[in-house]
Design a protein around this ligand. Structure first.
Ligand code: 8GT
Ligand code: MG
Length: 141
């Protein structure tokens, strides 16, 4: 049998991520906590898809838990595979265009609405660059 370097095969984590847009065209972002992977980076809220869940179900659950909204409508936005070295992630990003409730950091995380054109001023995890680029392109910038 062929020998393989122990780091050749890595298990990827599937993550449901929500780009939440309000009627002013702003996007809701949160800051990750000290004990989390990619600590203190800003993020689009979301989390790991659990066994037996669809991405849409995971997104609805995570957004209810983390920021207290109920998703009413979401569409596929993009999918990004990224290797952080210590962790390999597959981000399945959905655009959330209708929801009920007022988004807030229910786990104590800082959060805010940001105009698309100001997203580049925030420090996001490296995997997120294509998300910010696509939002800017869509907004005509
Ligand atoms: N939610 C979220 N996760 C992201 C983004 N970008 C990105 O690389 N990730 C990575 O996706 C992975 C899983 O996300 P998560 O930590 O929110 O998962 P979770 O809510 O289930 O967290 P937990 O482990 O604290 O329960 C993390 O390694 C995180 O660094 C993003 O914009 N939003
Ligand atoms: Mg999370």
């Amino acid at each position: 049998m062929m020998k393989m370097r122990s780091d050749t095969i890595k298990k990827s984590v599937l993550v449901a991520v929500g780009v939440i847009e309000n009627t002013d065209g702003e996007i809701f972002i949160c800051r990750r906590g000290a004990s989390q992977h990619q600590a203190y980076k800003w993020e689009f809220p979301g989390g790991k898809v659990e066994a037996g869940e669809s991405v849409a179900q995971a997104l609805a659950r995570e957004l209810a838990e983390e920021i207290g909204i109920a998703v009413r409508s979401c569409q596929p936005f993009m999918r990004i595979e990224h290797d952080y070295g210590d962790k390999q992630v597959i981000l399945d990003i959905r655009k959330v265009t209708a929801f009920t409730g007022k988004p807030q950091g229910l786990e104590g995380q800082p959060s805010r609405w940001v105009p698309v054109t100001e997203l580049h001023s925030y420090d996001f995890p490296a995997a997120n660059s294509p998300i910010v680029d696509k939002l800017l392109t869509e907004a005509g910038n």
